[in-house]
Ligand binder design. Sequence first.
Ligand code: H76
Length: 474
Amino acid sequence: MKRYVPCIIFFLFVIPHVIFAQKGERSLSLKYGATRLEKRQDPSMKQFRANRLGAFIHWGLYAIPGGEWNGKVYHGAAEWLKSWAKVPSEEWMKLMEKWNPVKFDAVEWARMMKQMGVKYVKITTKHHEGFCLWPSAYTRNTVAHTPYKKDLLGDMVKAFNEEGIDVHFYFSVMDWSHPDWRYDIKTKEDSVAFSRFLIFTDNQLKELAKNYPTVKDFWFDGTWDNSIKRNAWWTAHVEAMLKELLPGVTVNSRLRSDEYGKRHFDSNGNLMGDYESGYERRLPDPVKDLQVTKWDWEACMTIPENQWGYHKDWSLSYVKTPVEVLDRIVHAVSMGGNMVVNFGPQANGNFRQEEKVLAMTIGNWMKKYGECIYGCDYAGWDKQDWGYYTRKGQEVYMVVFNKPYSKRLIVKSPNATQVVGAVLLSGERLEVVETAKNEYNVSMPDREPEEPFVIKLRIKEATGVTEKYRDAFI
Ligand code: H76
């Protein structure tokens, strides 16, 4: 009987403990789990959050072939071409001889991003292929060993910062060009090689932090393999190391793994890193997924269906229109998240025409309506079919994407909140009619805008409510 006691204890106490661990509770004691249970509220995190709109820049050797290898066009993501076409690293790295973006002008890029209204850019310092946009001392595969020679990353950081745009670094831990990279650790040899790889990666990260100290954020990618999950300690170490080198820096959840191999959220259900980074090319449902409003999160999206790096043929998948992109930006903000829109510049340093038009269109809209985006958050009001709510302090914004045939926009306010007025951002007043308890009709403007538009509500948050309406007896 005695032999079974440990087993019984395990089934009675340990297993339920693991199964019933709830989000936000600390039940298992973890060495490499979440370091905090609440959102960060320090100035750097507040800035990250207030920025709301960012741009991704995927730029690397893959921009040269643009999705085509040996006469064959691959439909998959262009930055994965090396993998689709099974190109050995030595051959792929010969592209470095052709890396010479003579049209690249960091100042022009920064102006374009500024015009678009993005408050930060996330730059691929190194994607899976292993090519570094900065002159890293730890590998030969860098811009310094191309005909172009100059430090592209340094030029970008300077130009963006001069426009008041924050710079975030995308960094792929998975590095296809490094002989010590492993997908899994199966042998002693793997373990030794991977230890060397982690030191190499630490060195590169320290180098980035030291050489570009204005960087505000590290966004890790290529961290999903067993090799990383088995080295959870390292993911916790990287987060701590960067935070020590760069006080205030933010780090995405994708870096992190706990000792059970749980990623993003630890085995207790608590977020690791500073913000959740799993909403890639998709968004939380605005009715069903409200749990995301409890933590910081950032989504990212491509303009075609799934192309991050430059692909020469955008006709191979659906390409989102500027209004569709705008819808996703507002959707994210309405649920308390950030949105990062991706750009994949060409090898010569120019953006493709479609991207320029998109950036221009979004920018023109942001100039008129950006007040419902920057610094805004989840409003806590029930979603209606006309669009999204956002909120900044006492300001509640309605962002209208769908015009109703009734010409009435239905608003349902939370208990004890009264809607006492509605105005367009131009100041024009709209009629508000109370239709039921906490329900209102806001009239559409006389001249209906051709674009998604914004209504600002005037609200009164009462303490003592007089019961004017009666609930139905059912
Ligand atoms: C898979 C994958 C990568 N993660 C996205 C953000 C792109 O960088 C894509 O190549």
